[in-house]
Ligand binder design. Structure first.
Ligand code: PMP
Length: 406
């Protein structure tokens, strides 16, 4: 196994060299959005400087270059996730992807008496679309509960999979607790009962090798900006048979084959679900991000982040009065915490003055924070480009801030 030179990898991220409030930046908010390597920034820049044209519309050279490059990214993403390219609907991110499932798959199918099973640890993007569907169809939402350590209660989940459950929405990795859910086992159980599964891969794809085919879900959503790519990029993977039966979500150009006022013939999937001009430059950047991550190797990324997580958890555990939320045995490098006697927002604000960027608040997961009975937490989330020295700087800053708060 070849070792990665992590100090050199870090040099690939121009932003990480900057200062904030006169201090070296310590960026611990990668679960919110990831930083971008120069290769991604340059790919976007190069597209606009040398290749900019719309996709699928023009026969001229620039148009076909843009189309080829854009479709090439679909292929790259497909290989990265071990799925077919024509099963990947490119879109603006996880939020769009899940709403597409809600409006095109769930809304026409569900009715009163049906149940949508959603885990307690979902991001609002995997809760609110189902509530909107429930309101319009009369279906009911049921919650799959978690345990104190932040793991899903799998026995309770199995029991909750009653015959009225038509859809199960579960995250692969929690953005608050870091919990890695056994989505393969969960989807197998669901499939045996004829339940359609939606997996939110937002926090998984950037941090580990994900084989979507092996998971055996029906839908898998992810977002590009957390995996070194530009904002406004992402995709929904869906089984072909499902895509074939789903009506379009948005109407417009690109998603049609023929339009007349008498009627319109839609394009085949995935284009049928891709109305309008996409974020072409963004996807070119996402393609560069996939190349970049594969250049490091996702197994290396995962191992590096596990090592950083162990360092961070150990350092926080060594402090008095720090409560960590989420102690799953299989956990991604996300640490939500509170310090006794300090408000999460005060901590984050004072840490910012020390150059440390952490997120405070509810992390788009109100129901999860309700479970723990807290209004907000601080969250330090890591990526492979963070360093042990940064973790030490963060912990020193936390101690200083705590003294300031008295
Ligand atoms: N699900 C999870 C688990 C997330 O962490 C996020 C981003 N915070 C989302 C969904 C939403 O992703 P986006 O805002 O890119 O649509």
């Amino acid at each position: 196994r070849q070792d990665v030179d992590w100090a050199r990898v870090r040099e690939d991220f121009p932003l990480l060299g900057r200062t904030v409030h006169g201090k070296s930046l310590v960026y611990l908010d990668s679960a919110n959005t990831g930083q971008k390597p120069a290769a991604v920034i340059e790919a976007v820049d190069d597209f606009y400087r040398r290749h900019n044209a719309n996709v699928s519309r023009a026969v001229h050279a620039l148009g076909s270059e843009a189309t080829e490059a854009y479709e090439g990214v679909r292929g790259k993403l497909a290989r990265f996730l071990n799925v077919r390219a024509d099963e990947l609907v490119l879109c603006s991110g996880t939020t769009f992807a899940i709403n597409l499932v809600a409006y095109s798959w769930a809304l026409p199918r569900l009715q009163a008496g049906d149940t949508i099973l959603v885990s307690r640890m979902e991001h609002h993007a995997n809760i609110v679309p189902w509530q909107l569907v429930a309101q319009r169809t009369g279906a009911t939402i049921r919650v799959a509960e978690i345990r104190e350590d932040g793991t899903l209660d799998l026995d309770a989940l199995r029991t909750a999979m009653t015959p009225d459950v038509k859809l199960l929405a579960v995250t692969h990795v929690s953005n608050v607790l870091g919990t890695v859910n056994p989505v393969r086992e969960i989807c197998r159980e669901a499939r045996r009962r004829g339940i359609t599964t939606v997996v939110d891969g937002s926090q998984a794809v950037p941090h580990r090798a994900v084989d979507v085919a092996a998971i055996g879900c029906d839908f898998y959503a992810f977002t590009g900006h957390k995996m070194c790519g530009p904002t406004g990029t992402g995709a929904l993977w869906a089984r072909r048979e499902l895509l074939a039966t789903m009506p379009p979500f948005l109407g417009g150009g690109e998603m049609i084959r023929e339009v007349s006022f008498e009627g319109t013939v839609f394009n085949d999937p995935p284009q049928k679900f891709e109305a309008g001009t996409p974020n072409i430059a963004g996807f070119i950047g996402l393609g560069a991000a996939v190349d970049y991550l594969q250049g490091i190797g996702m197994a290396h990324v995962e191992a590096r982040e596990a090592e950083l997580l162990a360092h961070l958890t150990g350092a926080l555990d060594a402090l008095d009065g720090v409560r960590i939320f989420g102690r799953a045995p299989e956990k991604a490098a996300v640490v939500s915490f509170l310090v006794e006697g300090a408000h999460a927002h005060d901590l984050a604000t004072l840490l910012d003055l020390e150059g440390v960027a952490v997120r405070s608040g509810q992390h788009c997961a109100h129901p999860l924070l309700q479970f723990y009975g807290v209004a907000a937490t601080c969250r330090a989330s890591l990526a492979f480009y963070n360093t042990h020295a940064e973790i030490d700087a963060f912990v020193a800053a936390l101690e200083k801030v705590r003294r300031l708060l008295g």
